[in-house]
Ligand binder design. Structure first.
Ligand code: HEM
Length: 495
């Protein structure tokens, strides 16, 4: 009798594992109990591009990857992504809730991980504020150019041996901090910046590990001895970041002038909006918890992504002397002096723009894009996918697709130039900011920063690799976004 019960239970267990829970999903590798497909993320396929390439070859352009107990439908083919996530975008705007995020954020707060009405309200508000900074007052460009000038001065102090990762980090960090809290980083508060950066780096590194995925899905694993330490580090860094942001917001709250509608930074704008909703339940969506999470989202998403892209772009150009020469030739012809380059020069510098585009493509910063959930029943490539299924448009597979970008691992800015005219070509498959309604909210700011930092850096300085590292590595260091390994450069003023 006991044997019969055991066999029946085993039968039911394997029936569920092999068939029942996968029956309506696109095919994919066998999910193991507890870990799902995380066992596939071995060192040889990290940071993830190769794993998706293998799975695409094995199962086709749409397959299911199990993040622990969570099935994630993964779409790797550009035509499918365009047809569904862009043309039918309203059905792909949800986000999955990860238990650890909910625990730390105290709910589905913020923008990156919020969904439904909160996401609509908060994304709209953020875009409105960022647009206001960018358009009316042109505050955005002014703030970025201040940092460009500061970057140039920093380099001039010790041009013989520069680690540009640190310089870019502090510059880009200052831009986002200034937009959020109204102040930049200099010698007087560099310790604060370094603490934020250190917490963010540790957080990103751990979040990208398979074990991070596991603890993210099952926070209770943190009660077990080995994983306890891991969860504590994740909590310490993430919560620590949010606490630092809350402190800033509370300082602002103490001095805010509600009599004026003017605001000069994001937090001030948020707090003034909060005041307008003070008699509504939960401040009409403008709770302090929401502010903590938005600060976290904008600071973290706005900092590392842009800074790492700049560091990659410098590396790729230095490793390709013919590109370096063309960048300098264009700057000499079109600018021809050491004046500061502004966004009004953008349409004149086709080669520079093409080089930035190619850097974004090759850096391919997010091997695993953020996941969405379907907000209605949909059908993709013959698969009927129910509402609330987790689904990911895998942009990294598109940008390394050899059918679209032949020899995808080669650095060729010419891909983005029209033959003959040399004009900048619009290539719709260049999607580093993703696509559809949840496309990156900071795209405008990021593009402005990439252009202004890159063009002014090369215009001001003749840049070479430091003699101690003439062959720097292009191997990517894994995190949520890909980092280049450290290399140093030598700068000489060109004028
Ligand atoms: C080179 C720089 C950047 C890259 C490559 C990048 C890339 C991305 C990607 C791939 C997504 C995921 C979109 C999706 O769900 O499919 C995203 C989302 C997001 N990014 Fe960026 N990003 C960059 C800079 C920025 C900046 C500067 C900010 C802030 C000012 C920012 C804020 C956000 C936010 C808030 C989201 C979530 C949007 C939503 O869920 O509605 N990003 N970004």
């Amino acid at each position: 009798m006991i044997l019969l019960i055991i066999f029946s239970l085993l039968f039911l267990y394997f029936f569920d594992l092999f068939y029942w829970k996968r029956r309506n999903l696109p095919p994919g590798p066998l999910p193991l109990p507890l870990v799902g497909n995380l066992y596939l993320m071995t060192d040889d396929v990290k940071p993830g591009y190769k794993m998706y390439e293998k799975l695409k070859q094995q199962y086709g352009p749409i397959f299911t990857f199990w993040l622990a107990k969570l099935p994630m439908v993964t779409v790797t083919d550009w035509k499918l992504i365009k047809q569904h996530f862009i043309k039918d975008g309203a059905n792909y705007v949800g986000r999955p809730e990860f238990p650890i995020s909910i625990e730390i954020r105290k709910g589905a707060f913020g923008i990156i991980e919020s969904h439904g009405d909160r996401w609509i309200q908060q994304r709209r508000f953020a875009l409105h504020i960022l647009r206001d900074f960018g358009l009316g007052k042109n505050l955005m460009e002014e703030k970025v150019l201040n940092e460009v000038t500061a970057m140039i001065e920093t380099i001039k102090k010790s041009p013989g041996d520069v680690d540009m990762q640190n310089v870019f980090d502090a510059s880009v960090g200052s831009v986002i901090n200034n937009l959020l809290f109204g102040y930049r980083y200099d010698e007087s508060n560099m310790a604060e910046f370094l603490e934020l950066k250190d917490r963010m780096n540790k957080h990103f590194k751990m979040a990208a590990e398979p074990i991070g995925g596991l603890v993210g899905m099952y926070p209770w694993l943190g009660y077990f001895p080995i994983l306890k330490g891991f969860k504590e580090v994740v909590m310490k860094n993430w919560v620590g970041l949010m606490e630092m942001f809350r402190k800033q917001a509370e300082e602002k709250l103490a001095t805010i002038d509600y009599d004026s509608d003017e605001y000069s930074d994001y937090v001030e704008a948020f707090l003034k909006e909060r005041k307008k909703h003070e008699n509504e339940p939960g401040y009409g969506g403008f709770e302090m918890e929401q502010l903590d999470s938005v600060c976290f989202d904008l600071w973290v998403a706005g900092m590392e992504t842009t800074s790492n892209t700049l560091y990659w772009s410098l590396l790729y150009v230095l490793l390709n002397p013919e590109v370096l020469k063309k960048v300098y030739d264009e700057l000499d012809q079109k600018i021809g002096s050491d004046r500061i380059i502004t966004t009004s020069d953008r349409n004149n510098l086709n080669y520079v723009n093409a080089t930035i585009n190619e850097s974004q493509r090759l850096a391919n910063l997010l091997p695993m894009n953020l996941s969405r959930t379907t907000t209605a029943d949909v059908e993709i490539a013959g698969y009927r996918i129910p509402k609330d299924t987790v689904i990911t448009p895998q942009i990294s597979s598109v940008m390394y697709d050899p059918e679209i970008f032949p020899e995808p691992y080669e650095f060729r800015p010419e891909r983005f130039l029209e033959e003959g005219t040399g004009n900048l070509k619009k290539v719709e498959e260049l999607v580093p900011f993703s696509i559809g309604k949840r496309q990156c909210l900071g795209e405008g700011l990021a593009k402005m920063e990439l252009f202004l930092f890159f063009s002014n850096l090369f215009n001001k300085f003749k840049i070479e690799l430091h003699p101690d590292n003439l062959e720097p590595s292009i191997v990517k260091e894994c995190g949520v976004t890909m980092k280049a390994k450290n290399y140093r450069v030598v700068m000489k003023e060109r004028y």
